[in-house]
Design a protein around this ligand. Structure first.
Ligand code: NIG
Ligand code: FE
Length: 417
């Protein structure tokens, strides 16, 4: 008999992608489906997945075993949110109202609002209060079914505050059920004090920030925003090549507001991901497929910016790019932290089917973070991260859009919600 200290039963439908690597093309839509399922966990790991009758016959609950009754619900892997800007301070609701009255995101950025207004708010925080903010947000996303999340700096834009953001992430994440992966985004935009000295800011990233971030292992990834209001392809290339030299893996904010050649740059850098991609060229997408670079769609942000462009979900799938869907949670372009919402928008605006969207928010997202051996599927040996949804099958995840219906969350083998 297999010992188990947590058993989920009463599952109407269990749906999960399988494996330890990202799935592309038709494989992305092939889930394992078990009706009348049960999942058993022990010491934080999944030890059994299968039909309930077999579970009863082969699994021995320990004396202190936690039973979780799915009561006819659907069980999916915990969501992996592969793109967030979690350590921010303040909101930007008045800029949002300006956008509702016709101002564009770029107009607001070019007159010093946007990212730079959040930079001001973060520079006014100390590490402890920022960590407390982040911890509250981790609790919120956990309740929304996110069990692993990426989080970026990028609202400090000076060595001290960029490092402080990464330290606050470390403080908030330590011992928290949500597993965090951290990204250094010093190249988010050029701060005010360097407006007339871009080269000076780039030198600061290269000479001070990157070496410290790498030496102190404050981040696993480096990211840059290629955009008219941020960095050119050549500037981002220089920064991210240096980041690779320090042993960091690379992600990229690419082709969000125009075709800047970001997708191609990501492929040339062998980046683990290129994110946004609304304006990505065919050439860029083909290069990403050849390089194995994941395409991270942020369809809630595309929607919130009221863009005419749709996220290129179908184009990426057809080209064989592993597709990831994430929130982009941040105060400017996506103040929504719900992965259920990201899934709705992925299916309703980006051309993904429900099964492809599940793969994109679990296994593929984990793969883009280098965590697919650990999380992203419900399979024996993986970390026991799973969500019980209050509906009878996976299609309801999108079909009944508008309200997430999360009944229980198990993270690291413990019922946390
Ligand atoms: O992913 N595009 C650049 N960065 C963020 C927005 C950050 C902000 O507006 O504060 C994004 O959309
Ligand atoms: Fe972003």
């Amino acid at each position: 008999m297999i010992p188990a200290d947590l058993v989920v039963s009463g599952i109407s439908e269990l749906a999960t992608p399988e494996g330890k690597t990202a799935l592309a093309g038709p494989d992305a839509g092939r889930l394992k489906i078990i009706h009348g399922a049960a999942v058993a966990c022990h010491e934080g790991r999944i030890v059994f997945v299968g039909e309930e009758a077999e579970c009863i016959a082969t699994v021995q609950p320990t004396r202190d075993c936690t039973p979780v009754d799915a009561a006819g619900g659907t069980v999916l892997p915990g969501f992996v949110d592969a793109h967030t800007h979690l350590p921010f301070a303040g909101w930007r609701e008045t800029e949002f109202d300006e956008r509702l009255h016709g101002a564009s995101y770029s107009d607001i950025a070019s007159r010093g609002g946007g990212i730079l207004s959040t930079v001001e708010a973060v520079r006014a925080m100390d590490r402890k209060s920022l960590a407390a903010l982040v911890r509250g947000r981790l609790n919120d996303v956990l309740a929304q079914g996110t069990t692993t999340a990426e989080a970026k700096s990028g609202y400090g834009l000076d060595p001290e505050t960029e490092i402080m953001q990464l330290e606050a992430l470390g403080d908030a994440g330590s011992g928290h059920p949500v597993q965090l992966a951290t990204t250094f985004l010093g190249a988010h935009t050029v701060p005010k004090e360097y407006r007339d000295n871009r080269q000076g800011y780039i030198r600061l990233i290269l000479d001070e920030m990157l070496p410290q971030v790498a030496r102190r292992r404050l981040a696993s990834f480096a990211d840059a925003f290629v955009d008219a209001n941020a960095f050119s392809v050549e500037e981002a290339r220089m920064i991210l090549e240096a980041a690779k030299g320090h042993g960091l893996k690379v992600r990229l904010h690419a082709d969000q507001l125009a075709d800047d050649g970001g997708a191609l740059l990501a492929a040339q850098l062998e980046a683990v991901s290129a994110d946004h991609l609304e304006f990505a060229s065919d050439e860029g997408i083909e290069a990403m497929a050849a390089a194995g670079t994941c395409g991270v769609l942020l369809p809630a942000a595309t929607f919130f910016l009221m863009m005419d462009r749709k996220p290129p979900g179908r184009r990426l799938l057809d080209a064989g790019v592993p597709v990831v869907v994430a929130t982009d949670f941040n105060p400017g372009t996506c103040p929504c932290e719900s992965m259920s919402a990201a899934v709705w928008f992925a299916c309703l605006t980006a051309g993904l089917g429900v099964d492809e969207a599940i793969t994109a928010t679990t296994l593929n997202a984990a793969a883009s973070l280098g965590l697919a051996k650990e999380v992203g599927t419900i399979e024996v040996g993986k970390r026991a991260d799973l969500v019980v949804h209050d509906f009878p099958n996976r299609y309801h995840l999108v079909y009944r859009f508008g309200i997430p219906r999360i009944k229980a969350v198990v993270a690291g083998g413990k019922r946390v919600v």
